[in-house]
Ligand binder design. Structure first.
Ligand code: DGP
Length: 229
């Protein structure tokens, strides 16, 4: 039987260079092993992905729970093929996964005014609620989080026009990623979590990622863990 492929997720805030690094790692694994697949979530090409795309561009408005479930469903659409490919020896590089799912939804706040006239921000969805729709998805072997400061993001041309691309939102999302990291490190021994400084040059980051990914490919466990189980 073919040795199982390695499953690597690249996570990070907007403007952290995730998509470039995912592409580079995919090309590296393809060259090294001949069997690699690049995935990106949200996958805007499916029927569910098109609804997500309309929401992100603010062309449609959806209930916060409904859109959260659509993002998760968009990952579930690929779950069986991820598992099949890994077992057939194909390595998978995934640009965002369930970790973005939790971070972006758990970071949502409702803003109201207190009786003194101060702005009050309250979470809309709890962390635990955000975790549950992705429970049971194939879990990656490692998550590489590209850490970028708002200053660096600004120097790269700032955020774009989409719904979450605002500095205040990104800072709250970053806090949620820290919480997820602690959760993974404490409760989920099957996943390695690495933080990389995304302010370095593209080549330096690619090299660090290649060095990290060389480790599990030598000894990937035969079974595939399930998210949060
Ligand atoms: P990208 O195509 O990588 O630029 O991602 C689009 C935006 O969607 C980005 O601001 C992050 C956000 N996002 C990605 N995955 C999820 C998810 O599962 N849930 C939520 N709420 N937002 C997500």
């Amino acid at each position: 039987m073919a040795k199982r492929g390695v499953f690597v997720v690249i996570e990070g805030l907007d403007r952290s260079g995730k998509s470039t690094q995912s592409q580079r790692l995919f090309e590296h694994l393809q060259e090294k092993t001949g069997k690699a697949r690049l995935l990106k979530f949200p996958d805007r090409t499916t029927a569910i992905g098109k609804m997500i795309d309309g929401y992100l561009r603010s062309e449609s408005d959806l209930d916060d729970r409904a859109i959260h479930l659509l993002f998760a469903a968009n990952r579930w659409e690929c779950a069986a093929s991820i598992e099949r490919d890994l077992l057939a020896g194909t390595s998978i590089v995934c640009d965002r996964y369930a970790f973005s799912g939790i971070a972006f939804s758990a970071a949502k706040v409702a803003v109201s005014k207190s009786s003194e006239g101060n702005e009050v921000r309250e979470s809309i969805l709890t962390y635990e609620w955000c975790k549950s729709p992705d429970t049971g998805l194939p879990a990656p072997d490692m998550v590489i989080f590209l850490d970028v400061t708002p200053e660096v993001a600004r120097s790269r041309g700032g955020y774009g026009e989409e719904r979450y691309e605002k500095e205040e939102t990104q800072l709250r999302v970053k806090e949620q990623f820290r919480k997820i990291e602690q959760d993974v490190v404490k409760n989920f021994t099957g996943i390695e979590w690495w933080n990389l400084d995304a302010s370095k040059s593209l080549d330096e980051i690619s090299e660090s990622i290649r060095n990290l990914v060389a480790l599990p490919s030598d000894g990937v466990p035969a079974n595939i863990n399930k998210m949060w189980m």
